[in-house]
Design a protein around this ligand. Structure first.
Ligand SMILES: [Zn+2]
Length: 511
């Protein structure tokens, strides 16, 4: 990967729609705050903690989750949440992530002196401070660069960590007579009511709700009543689903919980994980089309999945992202946890480019969808304007990095050929494999058409030799003329693009 690529990926405006604030503090701050507030950590150096807790690889999901109680204890200290939220926003900004939806479980952080709304207020204060600082820059004020914004997602927990949370501990003592499952549901309802109140009465930028924690044994459907409340009060809904369970969990999240986005959705294509449906392959095919057509977004976290799923440990290219792309599903790459997964948005994009041979078109689509499918806190018209700004800025960077001509090519028109679609009846694991294999064959042909190759090989501010026409022509042995490019199509498309610009409309249909 060339330095061009990293620079380009850093400069383009990006989103992080699936990121746990409590999995993303700076390690140095975590240590500093733990020492200041006398919180026990297994080590007090970055190297020590990286060796013992926040590692490159984990043995299991349980191992991966071990760091969270430590972070939560630090976040419960006075002033800690605000500072960590502030630094988190800047960590995102420093790699060009301009829109974020940090999520966390406010009930885990609430104490006798700080209620759920107090917790949300503190996090907002930190994020808002970073927002003000960034947006005060001249280049943002004069509209050269898009501004920074954020919305908060409140996570309910499928199970509690009563030993680390005063709130959950108290909640359980008050509900001793109810079955445990009902207590979890009640807590989720209580949280979503607080989220609505925070938004309506306190003007806090709470934009959505989620449910996190162990999926096995705690089906999302049990939380239907809580999600009904969120839905009826116009909060965005995203659900951690299809991480441990299969397509039926995804279906449940969409139909019973009204989710518009799915956290991971990894097993969407796993026919072998269908338990109840009689014709699993047909069910999966239908579900895949439903998810694709409704533009239900999959928040994909490659590093995190690799760390918790043994089958991906040695080969991330086995990730269902390939199938998602092949079926035109709306995907956004996210970090999940910047510290616990030891990653960044740029790193996730690099992984996808390297292992899934993303074309510039696919990358751009993915980035723009991130902004479009966000639960943006402002009005629809404000969101539309913001997305328009983001796209214009992206195009400016394409010109700067010489990627512009790529889009003058026919790549987007031939996208279906590049990522072969599967017939509905054959969807599922078998066809997923088929899609992957066909995709791989196709990729070998068009190997030079990945974002990485384009930028690596580009010289000056134009990519001449790497438009798909020339990639194909070259494969057929056609020699490229001196300084040649596929001019006719290029001119036509350039004319269209100019026309769109003059109309001052977002160049793509807004969904
Ligand atoms: Zn997550």
């Amino acid at each position: 990967m060339g330095p061009n690529l990293v620079n380009f990926l850093t400069e383009i405006p990006k989103t992080d729609l699936h990121v746990h604030l409590d999995g993303s503090p700076r390690l140095s701050t975590l240590i500093e705050l733990a020492q200041e507030h006398h919180v026990d950590l297994p080590a007090y150096t970055e190297e020590g903690l990286r060796a013992l807790v926040f590692r490159e690889t984990y043995d299991s999901l349980v191992d991966y989750l071990r760091g969270f109680p430590l972070i939560v204890r630090v976040l419960q200290q006075p002033g800690a949440l605000e500072r960590i939220a502030y630094e988190f926003a800047w960590d995102c900004l420093n790699e060009g992530v301009l829109y974020i939806e940090p999520r966390f479980a406010p009930q885990l952080l609430a104490t006798a002196t700080l209620d759920v709304i107090g917790v949300l207020t503190e996090a907002t204060r930190g994020l808002e401070r970073a927002k003000k600082e960034y947006n005060a820059q001249q280049s943002v004020r004069d509209g050269q660069k898009p501004s920074f914004d954020f919305g908060i997602i409140c996570c309910a927990m499928r199970t509690f960590m009563t030993d680390v949370s005063e709130y959950y501990h108290a909640f359980c003592s008050l509900h001793q007579d109810e079955p445990q499952a009902l207590v979890y549901q009640l807590a989720a309802s209580a949280l979503f009511h607080a989220a609505i109140k925070a938004k309506k009465d306190h003007g806090l930028p709470v934009v959505g709700v989620d449910i996190a924690g162990q999926e096995a044994g705690y089906p999302a459907a049990e939380f239907q009543a809580a999600f009904e409340v969120a839905h009826k009060n116009f909060l965005g809904v995203t659900v951690h689903a299809g991480e441990a369970f299969g397509p039926e969990a995804v279906f449940q999240a969409i139909t019973d919980l009204h989710c518009e986005r799915l956290g991971h959705g990894y097993h969407l294509f796993s026919v072998d994980k269908v338990v109840k449906k009689e014709r699993p392959a047909e069910f999966v095919a239908g579900l895949v089309q439903y998810v694709a057509k409704r533009r239900i977004m999959l928040e994909v976290c490659l590093s995190s999945n690799r760390q918790t799923m043994t089958e991906l440990r040695d080969d991330i290219s086995k990730h269902a992202l390939k199938d998602m792309l092949a079926h035109g599903i709306c995907v956004s790459l996210c970090t999940d946890n910047r510290l616990v997964s030891n990653t960044t948005v740029v790193n996730e994009l690099l992984l996808a480019i390297e292992h899934f041979a993303l074309t510039p078109t696919e990358l751009k689509t993915m980035i723009v969808e991130g902004f479009k499918r966000s639960f943006f806190p402002g009005s629809y018209l404000q969101k539309r304007k913001y997305v328009g700004q983001v796209m214009h800025y992206y195009e400016h960077l394409e010109r700067k990095y010489g990627l512009e001509d790529w889009y003058l090519s026919e790549d987007s028109m031939f996208e279906d050929q590049r990522r072969p679609q599967q017939p509905q009846t054959e969807a599922g694991r078998e066809t997923g494999t088929l899609a992957r294999e066909q995709g791989r064959e196709q990729e070998n042909e068009n190997i030079d058409s990945t974002v990485g190759a384009c930028l690596w090989h580009s010289s000056g501010d134009r990519i001449r030799s790497l438009s798909p026409q020339w990639t194909r022509a070259r494969a057929r042995g056609v020699k490229m003329p001196e300084g040649g490019e596929a001019t006719d199509d290029g001119k036509m498309n350039r004319g269209l693009r100019e026309g769109r610009r003059r109309l001052e409309m977002p160049p793509e249909v807004f969904m």
